[in-house]
Design a protein around this ligand. Structure first.
Ligand SMILES: [Zn+2]
Ligand SMILES: [Zn+2]
Length: 320
């Protein structure tokens, strides 16, 4: 068995802004990454399982371009959603309908696709994506609202040798009660993927207040940090460059460096990049992926952090 992680996604909430003239928005390449595919191959190299994390705009095209999901190898064995924000779910309908039609054309069973998400996210989705939920997806709902830094029940995967464990994180513009009561309801999960000799942590979307990653205060938070630590690959939400002076809905690269000092990943990929909140004329604003990788690598080295850091391209594939 081989396990591959493919980076998907083109849409980020702050990317290619209407009317913006920064270098990042003007570049023709698609560069935001808010989704990943865990693709499992058997010993003959055949694709035997595909678990998709998030389905923002562009994801169907990314899957169509994957060398491991072509034609009869196209499959979708499950979807795991970090949360309900549109940049993570906007293409759910296109994905599910085309997957259903493809199965039907090929004379295969058209079962509903297992969906994992937190109960708060499911409630938000039911309001805005009720049709796709009821028609194409089979929900696994843990019915919980545990606070940030809590390990949740592993996903019920039908795949030997792979464990995917959600961890509660805070992402305050997503942590809303679905009844609009303005109460906090923790809706967002990060995921830890463990295979025989390797571990990957998918840490998005998170706000800039996830201090439990740096200073765990409870036994539950210590366990969550231990699970996220020493990963071979950390894929982490990094929306702008400078550490914010007030609470932000996403972390900056300076926040991420603090998280990495605790988590000690061997390789770090920065996703959800934009730089727009840094403002024109400041470091981070309008940076391309190459500029992010260059500046982040220099800062990483100067801070004495472990492993390498880079901004990945869409379609990049990492072997676990
Ligand atoms: Zn979000
Ligand atoms: Zn997002």
């Amino acid at each position: 068995m081989r396990h591959l992680l493919q980076i998907n996604g083109l849409d980020g909430p702050l990317l290619n802004q209407f009317g913006c003239e920064c270098n990042r928005c003007r570049a023709p390449e698609r560069r935001a990454n808010t989704s990943a595919s865990l693709i499992t191959l058997d010993d003959q190299g055949q694709t035997v399982h595909h678990l998709l994390f998030d389905a923002g705009l562009g994801v169907v095209d990314n899957l169509n371009n994957s060398p491991y999901l072509q034609g009869p190898a196209a499959r979708l064995d499950g979807i795991a959603l970090t949360h309900w924000h549109p940049d993570h779910v906007a293409e759910l309908n296109r994905l599910c309908v085309s997957h259903y039609n493809n199965r039907k054309r090929r004379g295969r069973e058209t079962e509903r696709v297992p969906l994992y998400c937190r109960s708060g996210t499911a409630a938000h989705l039911a309001r805005e994506n009720g049709h796709v939920l009821q028609t194409y997806l089979k929900q696994y709902l843990p019915h919980e609202c545990e606070p940030p830094g809590t390990i949740l029940s592993p996903l019920p995967l039908n795949l030997a040798g792979v464990t995917v464990t959600p961890v509660s994180v805070s992402h305050y513009t997503a942590d809303l009660a679905p009844d609009n009561s303005l109460e906090t309801s923790y809706c967002c999960a990060s995921f830890v993927i463990e295979v025989a000799n390797s571990k990957a942590a998918l840490l998005w979307d998170i706000d800039s207040e996830n201090e439990w990653l740096v200073r765990p205060r409870t036994a539950a938070q210590e366990q969550a940090v231990a699970l996220l630590s020493d990963a071979d690959l950390l894929i982490v939400d990094t929306t702008f460059w400078r550490r914010p002076t007030r609470k932000k809905t996403h972390p900056s690269f300076e926040n991420v460096m603090r998280y990495a000092r605790t988590l000690q990943p061997r390789r770090t990929l920065l996703v959800h990049l934009s730089g727009h909140p840094d403002g024109p004329g400041n470091p981070g604003f309008g940076w391309t992926n190459a500029e992010w990788t260059q500046a982040a690598s220099a800062a990483w080295l100067e801070a004495g952090l472990s492993g390498a850091v880079a901004a990945p391209s869409v379609g990049e594939i990492v072997e676990l």
